[in-house]
Design a binder for this molecule. Structure first.
Ligand SMILES: [Zn+2]
Length: 115
């Protein structure tokens, strides 16, 4: 999602995000995650990225908590967290450390022929 040529396309980044949110049914958490991912994945200098991430956190985006260990992240889920969807529990988040531990647990149960 971008605005490579906003003058000729008559759009803004805000408009593009709003259109995507409407088309895909994104709630505020998803919009914040998309914006955060865009900042983190950008080629902007690190200082600018940190400034933008700080500004995003200051917007009052809700903190999210890891469903496994409870650690919290201000301003929405970090890029390296796993987002899970479950009909019963809704959207939950798992931090990188817990996701890695869970994956290693699964790998440890595989038959030796897999390795
Ligand atoms: Zn965790």
């Amino acid at each position: 999602m971008n605005t490579d040529d906003p003058a000729s396309l008559s759009t803004t980044l805000e408009d593009e995000i709003a259109l995507a949110a409407e088309a895909y049914g994104w709630d505020d958490d998803v919009v914040v995650a998309v914006v955060r991912t865009g900042i983190e994945a950008s080629f902007a200098p690190e200082a600018l990225r940190q400034t933008l991430l700080g500004a995003l956190a200051a917007t009052g985006a809700p903190a999210v908590a890891c469903s496994q260990c409870g650690i919290q992240a201000a301003g929405g889920p970090p890029l390296d967290w796993v987002v899970e969807y479950d009909a019963r529990r809704g959207r939950t988040y798992v931090c990188q450390a817990c996701a890695r531990r869970h994956l290693r647990s699964i790998e440890g149960k595989l038959d030796a022929t897999w390795w």
